[in-house]
Design a protein around this ligand. Structure first.
Ligand SMILES: O=C1C[C@@](O)(C(=O)O)C[C@@H](O)[C@@H]1O
Length: 143
């Protein structure tokens, strides 16, 4: 079974407490349970951290068992040279996701340092952004 990693950055551990119009109001653990049911082809490795260096460390220590990465860097999307540098080391498909549509929010969310190191990004579909990323990952790794 292919193992894929989902990495969530800062404040994505509390999305149920954040603005529902952007983040959907659902707890990420429930979203993850639904993803596991919807995509039984994948073995999911989930990692969340509010600390930039921890996310770099997780990516830098990926073993050969990880076939794909779905990452929502949260606020680090807009300012992390370090996470961008870690992503550039990977030779596996990377898809970036955002719950909210980052193109119609504040201007600072249009600065995006990580996306160009991924195949592409999905933004604005709340929890379904993750579903779309898993669907696409299935196309890249299995179908
Ligand atoms: O924390 C987040 C979440 C986010 O990545 C999203 O999923 O929509 C968008 C970011 O701008 C924001 O800082």
């Amino acid at each position: 079974m292919k193992k894929i990693c989902i990495i969530n950055g800062p404040n994505l551990d509390i999305i149920e407490k954040r603005e529902a119009e952007y983040y959907g109001g659902k707890n990420f653990n429930d979203i993850l349970t639904d993803l596991k049911n919807e995509f039984p082809q994948f073995n999911f490795d989930y990692f969340q951290s509010n600390i930039e260096g921890e996310i770099c460390k997780k990516i830098n220590n990926f073993g050969n068992d990880i076939s794909g990465l779905i990452i929502n860097p949260g606020g680090f999307t807009h300012n992390s040279v370090s996470i961008r540098d870690s992503l550039s080391l990977l030779k596996i498909p990377i898809i970036e996701v955002h719950l909210s549509n980052i193109s119609n929010r504040e201007n600072f969310r249009r600065i995006n340092l990580t996306t160009s190191k991924t195949i592409g990004y999905i933004s604005g579909f709340k929890e379904f952004s993750y579903y779309a990323a898993c669907f696409l990952m299935k196309k890249y790794l299995i179908d």
